[in-house]
Ligand binder design. Structure first.
Ligand SMILES: *Cc1c(COP(=O)(O)O)cnc(C)c1O
Length: 421
């Protein structure tokens, strides 16, 4: 459920008509709903009620400071995957004990930054990384709390580019070698083993792969405890999918996911951490764009809009589907017609949808891409020297620009000219 609904024939974000935001900030833009962000965070938090837990928002999905502050105010922790994200979490007011550092390629500088600034735990993904964390912690006279990310060799049945839990993926250490790697961790100075981490992929629409992975983690917990390790925290990653195509998708609800977690690992007495990204911000954001031209091709109509693949890359990168809806609600009974919906970038991949049935649209009309709040703005670029599009946050009847569109001069002046020119 989200808070983008039609009222009197016009699409609103909470209590603000999208056309009003468009008139104020120009198109294209991203808009997020505070109520939806809060609702989704609380769904996860409630799903784990009765068990010691922390929901760490995976900020790579949408990392605007205003979004982070909205979630932090509800008690969220943050999952970060780079020094930049760590700095963002700190800037949003989070203390180190609510920041988890994931990712397979943490650099020495990033490890030092987190150990100096405070960290809840590192999710370690390899032996060489573990050596580096041990070395730097020792040098700083610190103790680094760690979990080790195990790769459970489970097929997440999701898009190949976002599956992470099969043995062929680059993530984690094979679960079959876990005991050996935990023994190494216990022997190194500067480290404190506190638990196990797993994350098998993103946009999972079935609970079965989660169940397979968490049962393996439960078994491993008991083995590692028998080996003498203190396993007091299980980080179960993110990955729960959202319905991109609302007419025919119904992924599991956070409540069912929480029940599954309790069933698989609830008896172990561990603190549970989860790291949802997409399910918190995905349906809390839209991308709004204006039709520039309607162009008749040989056998099809092209809807050329001012948003493009540089603004929302998911269709080009993952063949992702987004519901695209007109901002003015079509009258009941309006006949739909197929359009190829494309952006202005000079690549055929800059196509959002082919043969998509839409009510008749004309230049100047606004369309909204649903479920664009995760992996949207954060993956955007300035390809074709198109400015990063603004982000807007709505709360009730208020809205605010939370990232402004840069001017052409601001973009160009980031380049510097060598002396010899
Ligand atoms: C991407 C990622 C997440 C978030 O995944 P979602 O599918 O957006 O919930 C969580 N943890 C790790 C380690 C990740 O890489």
């Amino acid at each position: 459920m989200d808070h983008f609904l039609y009222r009197d024939g016009a699409l609103y974000a909470e209590d603000v008509p999208l056309s009003e935001i468009a008139a104020s900030v120009g198109t294209p833009f991203y808009v997020y709903s505070t109520a939806t962000l809060e609702r989704h965070f609380k769904l996860f938090d409630d799903a784990l009620e009765g068990i010691d837990h922390l929901v760490c928002y995976a900020m790579k999905a949408a990392s605007n400071q205003a979004i982070l502050k909205t979630l932090a105010a509800l008690g969220a922790g943050m999952d970060v995957v780079s020094g930049g994200e760590y700095a963002r979490a700190k800037a949003a007011g989070l203390t180190g004990d609510r920041i988890v550092f994931s990712g397979i390629g943490k650099t020495r500088d990033e490890v030092r930054m987190a150990l100096t600034g405070g960290i809840r735990q590192f999710n370690v993904e390899s032996e060489p990384e573990m050596q580096v964390i041990s070395e730097i912690a020792t040098e700083l006279g610190a103790i680094a709390p760690i979990t080790i990310r195990v790769n459970p060799d489970v097929d997440a049945k999701t898009h190949a580019k976002i599956a992470t839990g099969k043995s062929e993926n680059k993530f984690g250490i094979p679960i079959s070698r876990a005991r050996e790697v935990y023994a190494l961790a216990a022997s190194l100075p500067g480290l404190k083993v506190i638990g196990i981490d797993v994350h098998i992929g993103s946009q999972l629409t079935d609970l079965a792969p989660f169940e397979a992975a968490y049962l393996k983690v439960a078994e491993l917990t008991e083995q590692l405890r028998a080996d003498g390790h203190e396993i007091s925290r299980l980080d179960l990653g993110g990955g729960l999918g959202i319905p991109y195509e609302r007419s025919n998708e119904a992924p599991p609800l956070p409540a069912d996911y929480g029940a599954l977690i309790k069933k698989c690992v609830g008896h172990l007495g561990c603190e549970i951490e989860i790291e949802p990204g997409r399910l918190i911000s995905g349906n809390a954001g839209l991308m709004v764009s204006e039709v520039i031209y309607v162009k008749s091709g040989e056998d099809r109509e092209f809807l050329i809009i001012d948003g493009a693949m540089n603004d929302l890359i998911r269709p080009a990168m993952y063949d992702a589907y987004h519901d695209i809806v007109p901002v003015i609600e079509p009258a009941a009974g309006t006949l739909r017609q197929p359009y190829d919906i494309v952006g202005p970038v000079c690549e055929s991949g800059d196509t959002f949808a082919k043969g998509r049935d839409m009510p008749p649209l004309k230049a100047g009309d606004l369309v909204a891409f649903r479920s664009a709040g995760a992996y949207g703005a954060v993956m955007s670029s300035e390809y074709n020297t198109r400015p990063l599009i603004p982000e807007v946050l709505v709360k009730g009847d208020q809205f605010a620009v939370i990232r402004a569109r840069p001017t052409f001069d601001e973009m160009i002046n980031r380049d510097t000219i060598p002396e010899w020119l």
